[in-house]
Design a binder for this molecule. Structure first.
Ligand SMILES: NC(=O)C1=CN([C@@H]2O[C@H](COP(=O)(O)OP(=O)(O)OC[C@H]3O[C@@H](n4cnc5c(N)ncnc54)[C@H](O)[C@@H]3O)[C@@H](O)[C@H]2O)[C@@H](O)CC1
Ligand SMILES: Nc1ncnc2c1ncn2[C@@H]1O[C@H](COP(=O)(O)OP(=O)(O)O)[C@@H](O)[C@H]1O
Ligand SMILES: [K+]
Length: 493
């Protein structure tokens, strides 16, 4: 599992490392790594390094210091480096001196457009982990005119380091070179960060338990239930699906199909769409009534069941079964409107709620807001349930405070019925006995993998997503080990 640390925790760790490291050493490590990546980026983009033009946008803190030192390193490789100082009086003094000594050019904001226009790469050293709020007008004006790809130092400026939220002008980077450890912005603002590489500056031993987690393919491969020699269709966990209606059977077909593909074993369906579900998925044992559904190890309830009294009774019945439940869509609305349905639940029985922003508002009385991690944590506490907050990035919070983030591969999942597919995946994993937080996080990850495979650059459908689940699981099992963040070894001097 990849750890992610908030800026407060990063600062604490940096403080400890500072105390035992020679002055300036951490910045040297960071900026050398940055320069290495900038050279690689230039070579890849332009076919070479020497003679290429790099413009550094330099703010008032150490983030600008990193950019200046990296510029000095690049001068050794005959790169033409121009630094634009946004606050000349506050620019990192030693970094600036190093760049000047190495033959770098330093220009004012007013004189910078001619250099920015000719740049092969622009480096965003405006703000790093101390950044607050959007880009200030001077920086925003410069960024507006940048045509070259941008490499962000630590994180794209103008994006909140801890929430990934934007509230005004910000930098959109092609590549982000970060230091020490991933921060929330890297998981929560993928569109602004672009590709992300991590430079090891020796911080890891000083960091404690991560604040957030991201599942890696190896985790998925380890977690995903694979039948053994002693298994039969029952031992792997039977999942029950209570979804859809006679008028709207689609949700039932999608959630059931997703469950069929997620694990081996068995899927039961109970509800008014039994005939349609049976017709589409002959392997499903389907019945019209929840009361004669048979035994299951977990229930999926909600998609398309409606929010009326019938849906309410189905939900109440299921919550009283004493097995893990994934309550989605209409079930979340019912819980919001009739919280007493939860009285049927044994509080120790796992419950996963999967609201999108609108359903979240019904559950919590307010929209999730900019801090989606906090929003998910608050709901998880309030409902003593795992809460999976949907959106471009999906945040999965457990009542004990654990949070996982799923960073999507594009936005193809924003298609009708896609949530039904996710629910089926989570339900299957719950039935297999996974910890509910891991089940939700792993379900979300495979969901987005399936989305990327199904879409392959063009829009897909929820049915296409269902069909892509086997491919996604094959990819997980074949390529386990790819973490999504490349860690480079730091050359010594
Ligand atoms: N502390 C360390 O050990 C290391 C820090 N490093 C670098 O240092 C950075 C953090 O440096 P600092 O804490 O000096 O702060 P930053 O460089 O992130 O920000 C500097 C100052 O910018 C101003 N500012 C805040 N928001 C702004 C905005 N929206 N527009 C314009 N100005 C704004 C504030 O006055 C802030 O103090 C990291 O992101 C990283 O790049 C690296 O050198 C690695 C080692
Ligand atoms: N812009 C987006 N980028 C990536 N994933 C998205 C985006 N919008 C929605 N999703 C994902 O698609 C799914 C949609 O679920 P939901 O809102 O319940 O839709 P439906 O009710 O149509 O099934 C969720 O898993 C959500 O995280
Ligand atoms: K930056």
């Amino acid at each position: 599992m990849q750890g992610i640390w908030t800026t407060e925790r990063i600062r604490e760790a940096e403080g400890k490392l500072f105390a035992v490291t020679p002055d300036g050493e951490l910045m040297r490590r960071a900026s050398f790594g940055l320069a290495t990546h900038l050279a690689g980026f230039l070579a890849e983009r332009t076919g070479g390094v020497a003679g290429r033009r790099v413009v550094l946008l330099v703010g008032s803190g150490d983030n600008g210091g990193d950019a200046l030192w990296a510029g000095a390193f690049l001068r050794r490789r005959s790169v033409a480096v121009t630094a634009v100082l946004l606050k000349p009086e506050k620019a990192h003094a030693r970094g600036l001196a190093a760049l000047r000594k190495a033959g770098g050019r330093v220009v004012s904001v007013e004189d910078s457009p001619q250099w920015i226009d000719k740049a092969d790469v622009v480096v965003d050293g405006i703000v790093g982990i101390s950044g607050k709020g959007p880009l200030r007008p001077d920086a925003a004006e410069l960024i507006k005119h940048v045509r070259a790809p941008i490499v962000a130092v630590d994180l794209p400026s103008g994006v909140d380091p801890d929430t990934g939220a934007v509230d005004g002008p910000y930098v959109t980077a092609t590549l982000t070179v970060t230091f020490g450890a991933p921060k929330p912005v890297h998981a929560l603002a993928p569109q602004q960060c672009g590709d992300i590489v991590l430079v090891d500056i020796g911080l890891r031993p000083e960091l404690g338990e991560p604040d957030l987690h991201r599942l890696e393919l190896t985790d998925l491969a380890d977690l995903w239930p694979i039948p053994g020699a002693g298994d039969d269709k029952y031992t792997q966990g039977v999942v029950g699906i209570a979804a859809g209606s006679a008028t709207y059977p689609g949700a039932a077909v999608l959630a059931s199909g997703s469950a069929v593909h997620a694990t081996a074993g068995m899927v039961r369906y109970a509800g008014p769409a039994a005939d349609v579900v049976r017709g589409r998925w002959p392997e499903i044992v389907a019945t019209g009534s929840i009361t004669d559904a048979g035994r299951v190890q977990a229930w999926v309830v909600g998609p398309g069941i409606g929010t009326g009294s019938e849906g309410r009774e189905v939900l109440r019945h299921i919550l009283g079964q004493g097995v893990p439940v994934c309550a989605d869509a209409d079930a979340t609305t019912i819980i919001a409107q009739h919280p007493d349905v939860l009285d049927a639940r044994d509080p120790d029985t796992p419950l996963v709620l999967t609201p999108h922003a609108g359903e979240y508002e019904r559950l919590m009385g307010a929209r999730p807001g900019a801090d989606r991690v906090k929003a998910a944590r608050d709901a998880a506490k309030k409902y003593s349930a795992v809460v999976l907050l949907k959106g471009h990035c999906t945040v999965i919070a457990a009542p004990d405070g654990r949070v996982a983030v799923n960073t999507p591969r594009g936005s193809w999942l924003a298609t009708a019925g896609s949530g039904d597919v996710l629910t089926g995946l989570i339900g299957s994993l719950l039935a297999a006995g996974l910890d509910p937080w891991l089940a939700a996080a792993a379900g979300a990850q495979v969901h987005s993998l399936a989305g990327a495979l199904a879409a392959d650059g063009v829009p897909t459908s929820a049915s296409g997503l269902v069909d892509a689940i086997p491919g996604a699981l094959k990819l997980v099992r074949d390529t386990a080990g790819d973490s999504g963040v490349e860690v480079i070894e730091l050359p010594v001097n």
